[in-house]
Design a protein. Structure first.
Length: 255
Protein backbone atom coordinates (compact mmCIF):
# COMPACT_ATOMS: atom_id res chain seq x y z
CA UNK A 1 0.00 0.00 0.00
CA UNK A 2 1.43 3.34 -1.03
CA UNK A 3 2.07 5.94 1.67
CA UNK A 4 0.27 9.27 1.31
CA UNK A 5 2.35 12.08 -0.30
CA UNK A 6 2.31 14.24 2.85
CA UNK A 7 3.89 11.45 4.92
CA UNK A 8 6.75 11.12 2.43
CA UNK A 9 7.24 14.90 2.51
CA UNK A 10 7.43 14.91 6.31
CA UNK A 11 10.04 12.11 6.24
CA UNK A 12 12.21 14.08 3.79
CA UNK A 13 11.98 17.25 5.91
CA UNK A 14 12.93 15.30 9.07
CA UNK A 15 15.96 13.81 7.30
CA UNK A 16 17.20 17.28 6.21
CA UNK A 17 16.70 18.71 9.71
CA UNK A 18 18.60 15.78 11.26
CA UNK A 19 21.47 16.22 8.81
CA UNK A 20 21.70 19.93 9.55
CA UNK A 21 21.63 19.40 13.31
CA UNK A 22 24.23 16.65 13.01
CA UNK A 23 26.62 18.97 11.18
CA UNK A 24 26.08 21.72 13.73
CA UNK A 25 26.63 19.41 16.68
CA UNK A 26 29.72 17.94 15.00
CA UNK A 27 31.10 21.46 14.69
CA UNK A 28 30.43 22.17 18.39
CA UNK A 29 32.21 19.05 19.55
CA UNK A 30 35.03 19.34 17.00
CA UNK A 31 36.33 22.92 17.15
CA UNK A 32 39.23 22.05 14.83
CA UNK A 33 36.81 21.08 12.10
CA UNK A 34 35.11 24.45 12.43
CA UNK A 35 38.43 26.28 12.44
CA UNK A 36 39.61 24.42 9.36
CA UNK A 37 36.49 25.34 7.46
CA UNK A 38 37.11 29.04 8.21
CA UNK A 39 40.93 29.06 7.83
CA UNK A 40 42.18 31.16 4.94
CA UNK A 41 45.58 30.13 3.55
CA UNK A 42 48.22 32.86 3.83
CA UNK A 43 51.22 33.19 1.57
CA UNK A 44 54.51 32.56 3.36
CA UNK A 45 56.93 35.47 3.51
CA UNK A 46 60.21 34.42 1.82
CA UNK A 47 63.50 35.67 3.16
CA UNK A 48 64.87 38.82 1.53
CA UNK A 49 68.55 39.50 0.98
CA UNK A 50 71.12 42.00 2.06
CA UNK A 51 73.31 42.44 -1.02
CA UNK A 52 76.75 43.96 -0.51
CA UNK A 53 78.50 45.76 -3.37
CA UNK A 54 82.05 47.02 -3.26
CA UNK A 55 85.72 46.13 -3.16
CA UNK A 56 88.21 44.65 -0.68
CA UNK A 57 86.87 46.79 2.18
CA UNK A 58 83.51 45.02 1.93
CA UNK A 59 85.28 41.67 1.57
CA UNK A 60 87.16 42.43 4.83
CA UNK A 61 90.48 41.86 3.11
CA UNK A 62 93.87 42.13 4.85
CA UNK A 63 92.48 42.47 8.36
CA UNK A 64 95.82 41.68 9.99
CA UNK A 65 98.99 39.65 9.62
CA UNK A 66 97.01 36.66 10.92
CA UNK A 67 94.10 37.29 8.55
CA UNK A 68 95.43 38.22 5.10
CA UNK A 69 93.38 37.83 1.93
CA UNK A 70 89.58 38.09 1.87
CA UNK A 71 87.75 37.40 5.14
CA UNK A 72 84.06 37.90 4.30
CA UNK A 73 82.98 36.39 7.64
CA UNK A 74 84.25 39.66 9.18
CA UNK A 75 82.64 41.97 6.63
CA UNK A 76 80.80 44.97 8.08
CA UNK A 77 77.96 44.23 5.64
CA UNK A 78 77.42 40.47 5.69
CA UNK A 79 79.84 38.95 8.22
CA UNK A 80 78.93 36.37 10.84
CA UNK A 81 82.01 36.73 13.07
CA UNK A 82 81.22 40.32 14.10
CA UNK A 83 78.00 42.18 14.82
CA UNK A 84 77.63 43.02 11.14
CA UNK A 85 74.84 44.94 9.48
CA UNK A 86 73.31 41.63 8.36
CA UNK A 87 73.65 39.80 11.67
CA UNK A 88 72.28 42.72 13.70
CA UNK A 89 69.13 42.88 11.58
CA UNK A 90 68.71 39.11 11.58
CA UNK A 91 69.05 38.96 15.37
CA UNK A 92 66.43 41.70 15.58
CA UNK A 93 63.96 39.31 13.95
CA UNK A 94 64.15 40.33 10.29
CA UNK A 95 63.87 37.43 7.84
CA UNK A 96 67.06 38.07 5.90
CA UNK A 97 69.87 36.23 4.19
CA UNK A 98 73.08 37.80 2.92
CA UNK A 99 74.99 37.87 -0.36
CA UNK A 100 78.37 39.55 -0.62
CA UNK A 101 79.07 40.40 -4.26
CA UNK A 102 82.06 42.63 -3.51
CA UNK A 103 85.34 41.84 -5.27
CA UNK A 104 88.77 42.82 -4.01
CA UNK A 105 90.40 45.30 -6.36
CA UNK A 106 87.10 46.40 -7.91
CA UNK A 107 86.80 49.93 -9.26
CA UNK A 108 83.49 51.70 -9.78
CA UNK A 109 83.62 50.72 -13.48
CA UNK A 110 84.25 47.04 -12.66
CA UNK A 111 81.50 47.07 -10.05
CA UNK A 112 79.06 48.44 -12.63
CA UNK A 113 80.00 45.76 -15.15
CA UNK A 114 80.34 42.69 -12.93
CA UNK A 115 78.42 43.14 -9.69
CA UNK A 116 75.39 45.28 -10.48
CA UNK A 117 73.90 42.90 -13.10
CA UNK A 118 73.59 40.24 -10.38
CA UNK A 119 71.65 42.37 -7.89
CA UNK A 120 68.07 41.86 -9.12
CA UNK A 121 68.33 38.07 -8.95
CA UNK A 122 68.70 38.23 -5.15
CA UNK A 123 65.56 40.35 -4.58
CA UNK A 124 67.33 42.54 -2.02
CA UNK A 125 65.69 44.35 0.85
CA UNK A 126 68.90 46.24 1.60
CA UNK A 127 71.88 47.06 -0.62
CA UNK A 128 75.15 48.29 0.88
CA UNK A 129 77.53 50.22 -1.37
CA UNK A 130 81.09 51.24 -0.54
CA UNK A 131 83.40 51.89 -3.50
CA UNK A 132 86.03 54.38 -4.61
CA UNK A 133 89.27 53.39 -2.93
CA UNK A 134 90.69 51.74 -6.03
CA UNK A 135 89.48 54.62 -8.19
CA UNK A 136 91.51 56.94 -5.97
CA UNK A 137 94.60 54.79 -6.39
CA UNK A 138 94.13 54.87 -10.16
CA UNK A 139 93.67 58.66 -10.01
CA UNK A 140 90.24 58.56 -11.64
CA UNK A 141 88.77 62.05 -11.82
CA UNK A 142 85.96 62.89 -9.42
CA UNK A 143 83.67 63.68 -12.36
CA UNK A 144 84.21 60.26 -13.96
CA UNK A 145 83.74 58.60 -10.58
CA UNK A 146 80.42 60.43 -10.26
CA UNK A 147 79.33 59.23 -13.71
CA UNK A 148 80.13 55.62 -12.84
CA UNK A 149 78.43 55.86 -9.47
CA UNK A 150 75.24 57.30 -10.94
CA UNK A 151 75.04 54.39 -13.36
CA UNK A 152 75.64 51.94 -10.52
CA UNK A 153 72.76 53.39 -8.51
CA UNK A 154 70.37 53.62 -11.46
CA UNK A 155 71.01 50.00 -12.45
CA UNK A 156 71.06 48.59 -8.91
CA UNK A 157 67.88 50.32 -7.74
CA UNK A 158 65.21 47.75 -6.91
CA UNK A 159 61.63 48.55 -5.96
CA UNK A 160 61.26 48.80 -2.15
CA UNK A 161 64.98 48.02 -1.58
CA UNK A 162 66.90 50.46 0.60
CA UNK A 163 70.34 51.41 -0.72
CA UNK A 164 72.84 52.48 1.92
CA UNK A 165 75.80 54.25 0.33
CA UNK A 166 78.93 55.08 2.30
CA UNK A 167 81.41 57.89 1.91
CA UNK A 168 85.08 57.03 1.85
CA UNK A 169 86.89 57.13 5.19
CA UNK A 170 89.75 59.53 5.82
CA UNK A 171 92.48 57.11 4.83
CA UNK A 172 95.18 59.67 5.64
CA UNK A 173 94.00 60.08 9.24
CA UNK A 174 93.79 56.31 9.56
CA UNK A 175 97.38 55.97 8.35
CA UNK A 176 98.74 58.18 11.14
CA UNK A 177 99.56 55.13 13.29
CA UNK A 178 103.19 54.43 14.15
CA UNK A 179 103.04 50.74 13.22
CA UNK A 180 105.71 49.61 10.69
CA UNK A 181 103.19 49.12 7.89
CA UNK A 182 102.31 52.82 8.11
CA UNK A 183 105.77 54.31 8.69
CA UNK A 184 107.29 52.32 5.82
CA UNK A 185 105.06 54.18 3.34
CA UNK A 186 105.11 57.61 4.91
CA UNK A 187 103.66 60.41 2.78
CA UNK A 188 104.85 63.99 2.64
CA UNK A 189 102.53 66.67 4.10
CA UNK A 190 101.80 67.94 0.59
CA UNK A 191 100.76 64.52 -0.67
CA UNK A 192 98.66 63.95 2.43
CA UNK A 193 96.80 67.22 1.86
CA UNK A 194 96.28 66.37 -1.80
CA UNK A 195 94.96 62.92 -0.94
CA UNK A 196 92.52 64.29 1.63
CA UNK A 197 91.28 66.85 -0.89
CA UNK A 198 90.62 64.14 -3.48
CA UNK A 199 88.82 61.97 -0.91
CA UNK A 200 86.61 64.93 -0.05
CA UNK A 201 85.94 65.52 -3.77
CA UNK A 202 84.81 61.91 -4.12
CA UNK A 203 82.70 62.18 -0.98
CA UNK A 204 80.97 65.31 -2.24
CA UNK A 205 79.90 63.33 -5.31
CA UNK A 206 78.69 60.43 -3.15
CA UNK A 207 76.70 62.82 -0.94
CA UNK A 208 75.11 64.54 -3.95
CA UNK A 209 74.10 61.21 -5.51
CA UNK A 210 72.58 60.06 -2.20
CA UNK A 211 70.46 63.22 -2.19
CA UNK A 212 69.49 62.98 -5.86
CA UNK A 213 68.34 59.35 -5.63
CA UNK A 214 66.99 59.39 -2.08
CA UNK A 215 69.59 56.94 -0.79
CA UNK A 216 70.65 56.43 2.81
CA UNK A 217 74.03 58.12 3.34
CA UNK A 218 76.49 56.55 5.79
CA UNK A 219 79.28 59.04 6.48
CA UNK A 220 82.50 57.17 7.28
CA UNK A 221 84.91 60.09 6.77
CA UNK A 222 84.96 61.39 10.36
CA UNK A 223 84.56 58.17 12.33
CA UNK A 224 87.55 55.97 11.47
CA UNK A 225 90.95 56.57 13.09
CA UNK A 226 94.33 54.88 13.35
CA UNK A 227 92.71 52.43 15.78
CA UNK A 228 90.84 50.95 12.81
CA UNK A 229 93.73 50.37 10.37
CA UNK A 230 95.18 47.00 9.41
CA UNK A 231 98.63 46.19 10.80
CA UNK A 232 99.25 44.20 7.61
CA UNK A 233 99.19 46.99 5.02
CA UNK A 234 98.06 50.22 6.73
CA UNK A 235 95.33 50.50 4.12
CA UNK A 236 92.41 48.24 4.92
CA UNK A 237 90.16 48.11 7.99
CA UNK A 238 91.09 45.83 10.86
CA UNK A 239 88.40 43.89 12.75
CA UNK A 240 87.66 46.90 14.96
CA UNK A 241 87.30 49.00 11.81
CA UNK A 242 84.88 46.54 10.23
CA UNK A 243 82.83 46.57 13.44
CA UNK A 244 82.82 50.38 13.56
CA UNK A 245 81.59 50.61 9.98
CA UNK A 246 78.87 48.03 10.70
CA UNK A 247 77.65 50.15 13.61
CA UNK A 248 77.36 53.21 11.38
CA UNK A 249 75.26 51.26 8.87
CA UNK A 250 73.04 49.83 11.62
CA UNK A 251 72.32 53.33 12.95
CA UNK A 252 70.66 54.18 9.66
CA UNK A 253 67.95 51.54 9.98
CA UNK A 254 64.76 52.58 11.75
CA UNK A 255 63.82 50.00 14.44
Amino acid sequence: MKKPFWIILIIIIVIFIAAALGGLVFGWFNPKASEQSQKIPTASQPARNIVALGDSLTQAAALSSQLPGDNPDYSFATGTQISSFYLSLKNAGKNLTAKNLAVSGATSAALLTNQVPQVAAYKPKYITLLVGGNDLLQQLSASQFETNLRQIVCNAKIKDAQILIATLPNFIAMRSDSIPACTNTNLSPALKALAVLQIQNYNSKITKIAQDYNLTLVNLFPILTSEHISTLDCMHFNIAGQQKVAEEFIKKITP
